[in-house]
Design a protein around this ligand. Structure first.
Ligand SMILES: C[S@@+](CC[C@H](N)C(=O)[O-])C[C@H]1O[C@@H](n2cnc3c(N)ncnc32)[C@H](O)[C@@H]1O
Length: 283
């Protein structure tokens, strides 16, 4: 079953949190000259048009990135969100209105240098075509239409011993919840110094509790968990919140998120919105 298309959701509130964190992590990685490997297990199409029929049909970006762009000149705009907005501005040089919105490969492409490489996995037959086209002139990118969980395990540790792994499944299948955590636990066993980012939707709280338990019982150390819920937990209304598990975050990420989260809550939250930021597993 492959019905999920990220084009319907590009730029929504979940993307704002996920992509601002990815931007901060990649920006940090490029502070050292030594090359690194970026692995994206579930890449999507790479780049999206917010004017296309998919984005227009749901209008999710209007409740996400469009609201953040609208306040970018406010004096209280958080510094930690600036790199993400600067990247969007580079992609949309003509106007303040966003036309293009980058997926995770699009963000990586802006940051990766000649000494870095990217491994991008995608299964959907249409999105793999878009992704392949998008990456055509990106020499250090390797695009594969194959299972991203297996792909991650086949690539760690990278030769440079510096790496960022993003695992961003669609969670169409319930098994994604356990598979995603287990992939990180196994990858960590082979490459304990890598940075791992795992995205999850808050649909039912029990599933997140199980993911947390599985991590805390594993050998994984130094795991930061961040969550932003637009609404109170509910089993009835689909995705009410968005979260990330980040293994081996750079040391400033916690304070960057302390700055970002209240701001997102103020601008994107609805009634009963809340956020959490916790060191789920110590260093
Ligand atoms: C949430 S989207 C990815 C969004 C992207 N990471 C971003 O931030 O722009 C999930 C993608 O995973 C793809 N997918 C589903 N199962 C997969 C698997 N086992 N391996 C690789 N890709 C998969 C789907 O086709 C979908 O495009």
């Amino acid at each position: 079953m492959l019905s999920y298309r990220h084009a319907f959701h590009a730029g929504n509130f979940a993307d704002v949190l996920k992509h601002s964190v990815l931007t901060l992590v990649l920006e940090y990685m490029t502070r050292k000259d030594k090359g690194f490997t970026y692995i994206d297990s579930h890449s999507g199409a790479g780049m999206y048009s917010l004017h296309d029929e998919y984005a227009q049909k749901t209008g999710e970006y209007k409740e996400g990135i469009a609201k953040i762009i609208a306040v970018k000149d406010d004096t209280d705009f958080p510094e930690a969100l600036r790199p993400y907005l600067e990247l969007l501005a580079q992609l949309n040089p003509e106007s303040d209105e966003l036309t293009l919105y980058p997926g995770s490969p699009g963000i990586a492409k802006q940051f990766l240098r000649r000494q870095d490489s990217a491994h991008l996995f995608e299964l959907h037959p249409t999105d793999i075509q878009h992704l392949t086209e998008y990456c055509q002139r990106w020499r250090k990118s390797h695009v594969k239409q194959s299972d991203g969980y297996k792909g991650v395990l086949g690539l760690v540790p990278p030769p440079s011993r510096r790496g960022v792994v993003l695992i961003d499944p669609p969670y169409e299948l319930k098994e994604d919840y356990t598979k995603a955590v287990r992939t990180i636990v196994k990858a960590y066993d082979k490459f304990a110094t890598g940075t791992y980012i795992l995205w999850y939707p808050v649909v039912t709280r029990e599933r997140i509790d199980s993911m947390e338990k599985e991590f805390t019982r594993s050998a994984v150390k130094n795991l930061l968990q961040v969550e932003f819920c637009q609404q109170a937990d509910s089993d009835e209304y689909g995705m009410t919140g968005t979260g990330l598990f980040i293994v081996n975050p750079h040391w400033q990420l916690n304070s960057q998120l302390e700055e970002i989260l209240p701001y997102l809550q103020g601008k994107l939250g609805q009634e009963s919105s809340h956020f959490t930021l916790k060191q789920l597993i110590a260093e």
